[in-house]
Design a protein around this ligand. Structure first.
Ligand SMILES: [Zn+2]
Length: 78
């Protein structure tokens, strides 16, 4: 429940025609996220305020953030 609510707040609505702003991409965006978060995940975005991600880059973002969490867990248990 909490994570769903959180997502509703952090993921803004995407206007039609908004493109992914990872450098060199330009596909249609499906998600808007905090640019800081996206940069922290290692994706190159132009803006730190708002980042728009296409399906593929959103997948990559999720993959990378998941990896970070696993790494943290691993670090704590070591
Ligand atoms: Zn993209």
């Amino acid at each position: 429940m909490c994570t769903l609510l959180e997502e509703a707040f952090t993921l803004g609505r995407i206007d039609k025609g908004v493109k992914c702003n990872v450098s060199g991409c330009g596909r249609d965006a499906v998600r808007s996220l905090s640019g800081v978060k996206v940069k922290a995940a290692g994706l190159k975005v132009g803006s730190e305020k708002r980042a728009y991600l296409c399906k593929e880059h959103y997948k990559e973002y999720k993959k990378r953030t998941k990896k970070d969490k696993q790494l943290e867990k691993w670090r704590y248990s070591a």
